[in-house]
Design a protein around this ligand. Structure first.
Ligand SMILES: Cc1cc2nc3c(=O)[nH]c(=O)nc-3n(C[C@H](O)[C@H](O)[C@H](O)COP(=O)(O)OP(=O)(O)OC[C@H]3O[C@@H](n4cnc5c(N)ncnc54)[C@H](O)[C@@H]3O)c2cc1C
Ligand code: SF4
Ligand code: SF4
Length: 429
């Protein structure tokens, strides 16, 4: 990997459309002499959570931020640093999907978890199992904010009930890593359940902070289509003529698979949209710019990945909840086998392979094949792109025709020139 000679400023990362709002730069920048965070985190008018430097950041801090930021650097498993299990040959490897020790379809053994969770509850069940088996002291994940229910906050769960409270997909902005270095200061083993880009961020940090591999025992993720702007969720309330300050709870899915998007108000009203009503029109997804060039939405550097398994990529109705499971490495395999043996997760007897995952996730396959050309188009428009290693993007692009790659590259160049792959300066609403 060739490293940038001059690190990007925080403003350049954000305005260049590379930030996904994970929060790790705030943790890494730390506090000034007076104890105030050097980097503030704001909710922008566009409905994104973004870092803002409260004071000019020194060169050493900016180098560190460029090393850890998942907007500037993304590596697959082989480049993921020590402790990820890459020394052990993988049982399976796919050009598009990356390494795997095991592929399966399963769900949480506990029916309540399975019903309450986003898909089949595998991530929640694994989080609970990690705690009850004593493997970790806490789980770092996210949950709906208690004070602003449309928003999402990082959560530390020390028991199974708290892990369950965080079940369900939060499609809007979520910053699980805002105080990640303070969590390392605790000196306790823990697990992270978060988006693939969040996992990238902590794997990046592991290269410069050995405490990550010492204390972050497991990194679990999901296949990720992209994080939407908060305005997407706020429009749901607006369309229902519900004032934002009247909302008492907001869940995107869960309580069934996929379950409804449900909004409740402080005066006792409840509204539901089906998954299709919420997401059927891709033009209204309001996916953040970084997601459109996401080189690793399949979580190659996680220990285990969970997904939906709807044929064609979308639900045709409600079902009991089944997760696709990709066990990435030896650490994930040991956890997977222990969780199955304990009944925390249940695995279907049917065999699944990478081509089944293609069928469950056609949008992911298309994006992985398109990203190399999209980045070439962005570069041609003078826009910075992440430094990428061990994700086989050029090889994936070779699966396309020359015409398809040119189409992607020209489209990205045009969108970059029109400013559609960048963002305004981050300001607080
Ligand atoms: C933004 C987003 C995009 C997604 N796109 C796809 C897709 O394209 N294809 C696909 O198959 N699946 C996608 N999913 C994943 C899917 O919705 C399920 O989360 C996944 O199948 C795991 O299901 P589960 O029942 O095991 O999860 P659960 O048991 O409900 O656990 C979900 C866990 O994820 C954490 N979490 C939820 N939202 C966030 C967030 N925004 N940031 C960090 N952590 C979070 C929760 O804290 C919880 O611990 C997406 C999820 C999200 C949040
Ligand atoms: S992606 Fe994360 S580390 Fe990078 S600038 Fe955004 S919040 Fe900071
Ligand atoms: S698509 Fe990629 S960048 Fe966007 S939220 Fe998902 S993992 Fe992060």
């Amino acid at each position: 990997m060739i490293h940038r000679r001059i690190p990007l400023t925080l403003e350049a990362i954000v305005e260049g459309g590379l930030c996904i709002g994970c929060g790790l730069c705030r943790a890494v920048a730390g506090a000034d002499g007076a104890g105030a965070d050097k980097v503030d985190f704001v909710l922008t008018p566009e409905g994104r959570e973004r870092p803002v430097a409260r004071q000019p950041l020194d060169a050493a801090t900016m180098v560190r931020i460029n090393v850890i930021c998942p907007g500037t650097r993304v590596a697959g498993a082989a480049g993921a640093g020590p402790g990820v299990g890459e020394a052990i040959p993988h049982a399976m490897h796919d050009l598009v999907w990356g390494p795997a020790e095991r592929l399966a379809i399963g769900y949480a053994g506990n029916p309540t978890v399975r019903h309450r969770a986003s898909t089949g509850g595998v991530l929640t069940a694994l989080g609970q199992f990690l705690l009850t088996s004593g493997r970790v002291k806490f789980i770092l994940h996210v949950a709906a904010s208690a004070t602003a229910p449309m928003r999402t906050e990082r959560r530390l769960s020390f028991d199974a009930a708290s892990v369950l409270e965080g079940a369900g997909s939060r499609y809007g902005p979520a910053a699980p890593l805002l105080d990640f270095t303070a969590l390392l200061d605790r000196g306790q083993p823990f697990a992270l359940i978060a988006k693939p880009c969040d996992i990238t961020a902590v794997r990046n940090l592991a290269r410069i902070d050995p405490r990550v591999d010492r204390y972050l025992r497991y990194a679990l993720t999901f296949v990720c289509g992209g994080a939407s702007d908060l305005t997407k969720s706020e429009d749901v309330a607006n369309d229902l003529s519900v004032r934002l300050d009247a909302v008492s709870s907001f869940s995107y899915r869960g309580n069934g698979c996929p379950g409804p998007t449900r909004l409740e108000t402080k005066d006792g009203r409840a509204f539901e949209l089906t998954y299709q009503q919420m997401w059927e029109d891709e033009a209204t997804w309001r996916i953040q710019p970084r997601c459109k060039i996401c080189p690793d939405a399949m979580g190659e550097s996680a220990d285990m990945v969970a997904s939906d398994v709807w044929p064609g990529g979308g639900p045709s109705g409600e079902d009991a909840g089944f997760n696709g499971i990709i066990v990435r490495n030896a650490r994930g395999l040991e956890l997977y086998e222990a969780a199955v043996a304990a009944g925390a997760i249940v695995v279907e007897p049917r065999e699944v392979g990478f081509r089944d995952f293609d069928g469950f996730q056609p949008h992911q396959v298309n994006r992985k094949r398109a990203v190399w050309a999209r980045m070439a188009g962005m570069r041609a428009a003078g826009q910075a792109v992440p430094e990428i290693s061990d994700l086989r993007l050029a090889e994936c692009a070779r699966l396309n025709t020359l015409g398809e790659n040119l189409h992607e590259a020209r489209g990205a160049r045009r969108r970059a020139r029109e400013g559609r792959l960048s963002e305004p300066p981050a300001v607080s609403r």
